[in-house]
Design a protein around this ligand. Structure first.
Ligand code: ASP
Length: 567
């Protein structure tokens, strides 16, 4: 019997073989009380023979029999679903004992995350985490519901694949049968979902596991879950419309949140200019202001130099007089990020103060003192370099106006390529179609892509694009990226070949499901919504993976560890 079955019983009826874990135990006035907890409920058990049941301890898994009674009015606990009843205990069988627990099965416990993850099965018994896992399951159900409604077909793709570049490094898998050769785990099902479109399928979706062997980055997991979609004859608007419908349905049905569609839209360059980032949090309405004009004839040397190098002076006018120590700590914060330092003025009763005040010319004084009783903070430099600091500053100095708001925004018109650690990389992936093919061929570094991201409250929820469906263009893009004909052939020849037999236009998207759930539940980290997450360094404290293999085991795969196994 489960706790929820008790509702079908009448007062004084027998409860037989009710199973669960022993939760909080209390002795009170010669009585023993404890709560029995099962999958999602708790009920109070009481006995006036405490000695008889003295052997039970927290988290023993037991079966009890007894009698259902209504609680006295004054003893009703209205916070618990079964707080109006209790069970008078007749007999108790211990099905399985529990060792002393590494931490209590309670919410708000101050326990190191490493210990919680080492005993994740106990951690999931806690309501906090169990609720997250339930929300995850409901999110999956709801996604499947809406996909069925939209007549999008669920199809799976292999997970032992050929290495595909999507910006990160692959996890590789050796095989005993092919010494010296490796499969990769998919960074996403990208090429397979495109192959479905070339195979004549109308559409596709999958709740897919993806694997990226990235350097530890805050709140990333080496394996994560995406809602992956592809639509034959799709274009950005068709796909965005499907994603909007999907999120609207899931948010309403799982999280009781109504969102307005269509979502906001911003072009990449506008996003960078206004917010300093391509992941803007629109719950803060203040945007970056351009002060360059004010300083056009300046004598302030670093600003003069910035302007003569086609840079800008940009920042914020805040209607508040910041203290010196507040300005210093903002300056410190930006310097840690790599900024040259924070420029500032304060205007108090039309009087300007700040380290640069003495060098201001008359025009600058007139312009700056037009704003009274305020603090002006700015960064001077190349617009694309100062953007990052202004993004940090904006989020630090302004409050989120409404924490209950869900501000979705599509960002599009991304540059096709960007420089990442000095290397030219597609800003999405190399299967994305350029917006204007001729422009791309002439000047790939200036070209834009048919790529779109979806951002929610400053967090990137997903990306997608319209794809290349022309084998020659696919070859050209890979070559502009810097691959030789030999490399293109070796790594992508099979894919370019597949594009060569009549390919429909197609477009798709992938939503990061872990991040979506974490955002909706306001979880501190995506680890809180993943059943068995890895730590930030990619370790699993529960099983100790990744772990070493013996020399013999490695040899079965024709592998050895350089410097360790050479006897
Ligand atoms: N495969 C891409 C990703 O995982 C998404 C897409 O282009 O559909 O980011």
């Amino acid at each position: 019997m489960n706790i929820e079955d008790i509702r079908n019983l009448k007062k004084n009826e027998d409860v037989i073989d009710l199973r669960g874990w022993v939760d909080t135990i209390r002795h009170h006035g010669g009585l023993l009380f404890f709560e029995l907890r099962d999958y999602d409920s708790k009920v109070q058990i009481v006995t006036d023979s405490p000695k008889e049941f003295d052997n039970i301890k927290n988290e023993f898994y037991i079966s009890i029999s007894g009698k259902l009674v209504k609680r006295q009015k004054e003893n009703i606990n209205s916070e618990e679903i079964y707080g109006d009843i209790e069970i008078e205990l007749n007999s108790l069988d211990v099905i399985s004992e529990s060792k002393v627990l590494p931490f209590q099965i309670e919410d708000d416990i101050a326990v190191d995350e490493q210990i919680r993850l080492k005993h994740r099965y106990l951690d999931i018994r806690r309501k906090e985490i169990k609720n997250n896992i339930n929300a995850r399951s409901n999110t999956f159900k709801s996604i499947r519901e809406v996909m069925n409604k939209l007549k999008i077909d669920e199809i799976d793709t292999p997970t032992l694949i050929k290495s595909t570049p999507e910006g990160a490094k692959d996890f590789i898998v050796p095989s005993r049968k092919s010494p010296g050769k490796f499969y990769a785990l998919p960074q996403s099902p990208q090429m397979y979902k495109q192959l479905f479109m070339l195979s004549g399928l109308k559409n596709y979706y999958q709740i897919a596991k993806c694997y990226r062997d990235e350097d530890s980055r805050k709140d990333r997991q080496p394996e994560f879950t995406q809602l992956d979609i592809e639509i034959s004859n799709g274009d950005p608007l068709i796909v965005q419309n499907i994603i909007e419908k999907t999120l609207k349905h899931v948010l309403k049905n799982v999280y009781a949140i109504e969102v307005k569609t269509p979502f906001n839209r911003l072009k990449y360059h506008d996003s960078i200019n206004l917010y300093g980032t391509d992941k803007p949090d629109l719950r803060i309405s203040n945007t970056i202001q351009d002060f360059t004009e004010i300083f056009i004839n300046t004598e302030i040397s670093f600003i003069k130099e910035t302007i003569s190098n086609k840079g800008t002076v940009r920042g914020f006018i805040i209607n508040e007089l910041f203290t010196r120590s507040k300005i210093d700590s903002l300056d410190e914060m930006l310097k840690e990020e790599g900024s040259q330092g924070l420029g500032w003025f304060k205007v108090e009763n039309n009087d300007i103060s700040g380290p640069l005040t003495k060098i201001l010319n008359d025009d600058e004084i007139t312009e700056i003192s037009k704003n009274d009783n305020c603090t002006i903070l700015f960064q001077a430099g190349k617009t694309n370099e100062t953007a990052h600091y202004l993004d940090i500053l904006r989020r630090e100095i302004y409050e989120i106006e409404n924490h209950n708001k869900y501000e979705f925004v599509w960002i599009d018109d991304f540059p096709y390529f960007e420089y990442d650690e000095g290397k030219l990389q597609p800003s999405h992936h190399p299967f994305t179609s350029p917006k204007d093919v001729n422009k791309f061929i002439k000047n790939p570094e200036k070209a834009t892509a048919l790529h779109y991201d979806l951002v929610l409250n400053g967090v990137e929820l997903g990306s997608g694009s319209q794809r290349i469906n022309n084998p020659k263009l696919q070859h050209d893009v890979l070559s502009k990226w810097g691959l030789s004909d030999h490399e293109i052939n070796e790594r992508f020849g099979w894919f370019i070949e597949a594009l060569s037999y009549g390919s429909p236009q197609h477009a798709g998207f992938a939503v990061g499901i872990d991040r979506l759930i974490a955002e909706m539940l306001n979880a501190e980290s995506i680890r809180d919504v993943i059943p068995f997450p890895k730590t930030q360094s990619g370790m699993d404290p529960l099983t100790d993976a990744p772990s070493s293999l013996t020399h013999e085991e490695l040899m079965e795969y024709s592998l050895y560890i350089d410097g360790e196994n050479d006897e």
